[in-house]
Design a protein around this ligand. Structure first.
Ligand code: MHF
Ligand code: KIV
Ligand code: MG
Length: 325
């Protein structure tokens, strides 16, 4: 229980002075502990170094999106390496028609909730559309806001060589950047829809060049979205930094999916790369329907198990006091 309420704090096996002292210290200092438990298992904090080691020793990197506290706790309770507050937040959580509508303030509201539930996974957020396009100073200020107010550890940015200077700048001040190449959803209008990228040789060449430029600019890893699996593999072999694919085939160093796609709670279009790992929508609909049915049938709440009872003598006194009023 305490681990759920206080996910950043090591749950002590016994209240020895040492453990107690360390727990208090962490709570007061508000540091991210190196070792974090969620009850059963102790997981090491995932760092950029961890991710690079995973690439080098062939351990696939797991990344999932989260937009709120309970989802962050779920990611933290399993072997998720990176929790991403994706700007897909705009569509799957806030009901906007595209990610371009999401503001930095809206993003921060959600990253703060996710940060409160995040223990061992590395916490990354998308820089929203428009937050890095109006000049270096604005981009830097928004990035600092996302780190300071939003409490994320790194930022993901969509784009190619044209954002290399920004990647360099953020990296130089100590904000880790995850690049994002291939399909760039923030440009869906300019790209005439959400289309697989790198299908012809010129496009594949361009993506490879962008990826290498972004690596040289200092990106610590790279999301590769919606490209042929051959290109996903080629990029993974050419890059020193780990690649995390979504619709980029099975050979990237890691995979990422949108929470609502893999849980089947998203009613919109299902891209080819989506696999349903659970059917939460079916469960959820059963729950809502049976709740309504039970209330209508006066079958909920149960008068004993789900209701409180008055003390008999107190209730008689109450009724007596009501007589004549
Ligand atoms: N729910 C959700 N899942 C996502 O993966 C996601 C979002 N939302 N919102 C932001 C972006 C948009 N993304 C998308 C959206 C649509 C396709 C899509 O429909 N792709 C086509 C490709 C068609 C082709 O060119 O052959 C597909 O049918 O797979 C892909 C990625 C990825 N991101
Ligand atoms: C799909 C992932 C990579 C993303 O950018 C998002 O969720 O916004
Ligand atoms: Mg995104």
């Amino acid at each position: 229980m305490s681990s759920l309420l206080l996910p950043r704090v090591v749950r002590p096996q016994c209240w020895s002075a040492a453990v107690f002292g360390r727990t208090i210290a962490r709570r007061w200092m508000s540091v991210r502990p190196q070792e974090i438990t969620n009850g059963a298992e102790v997981r090491k904090k995932v760092t950029i170094q961890t991710l690079h080691q995973q690439k080098n020793n062939g351990t696939p990197i797991t990344m999932l999106t989260a937009y709120d506290y309970p989802t962050a706790v779920a990611c933290s309770s399993h072997a998720v390496d990176i929790t991403l507050v994706g700007d897909s937040l705009a569509q799957v959580c806030l009901g906007y028609s595209s990610t371009t509508e999401l503001t930095v303030s809206e993003m921060i509201h959600h990253t703060r909730a996710v940060a409160r539930g995040t223990t061992h996974p590395l916490l990354i957020a998308d820089m929203p559309f428009g937050s890095y396009h109006t000049g270096m100073e604005d981009a830097l200020r928004n990035a600092v806001r996302l780190v300071q107010e939003g409490r994320v550890e790194g930022l993901k940015i969509e784009g190619g060589a044209e954002i290399a200077e920004l990647v360099k700048k953020l990296t130089s001040v100590g904000i880790p950047v995850m690049a994002h190449v291939g399909l760039l959803p923030q440009r869906h209008t300019a790209m005439s829809g959400y289309k697989v990228q790198g299908r012809n040789h010129a496009s594949a060449q361009r993506i490879l060049e962008d990826a290498l430029t972004l690596q040289e600019a200092g990106a610590f890893s790279m999301v590769v979205e919606a490209v042929p699996k051959e290109l996903g593999q080629y990029l993974t072999e050419k890059l020193r930094i780990p690649t995390i694919g979504i619709g980029a085939g099975p050979h990237t160093d890691g995979q990422v999916l949108v929470w609502d796609d893999m849980m089947n709670t998203w009613n919109g279009h299902k891209a080819k790369f989506v696999r349903r790992f659970a059917n939460v929508k079916a469960e959820r609909d059963v729950g809502v329907a049976s709740y309504c049915e039970a209330v209508r049938a006066r079958a909920f709440p149960d008068p004993q198990a789900e209701s409180y009872s008055a003390d008999k003598s107190e209730w008689e006194l109450f009724l007596a006091s009501q007589k004549g009023s």
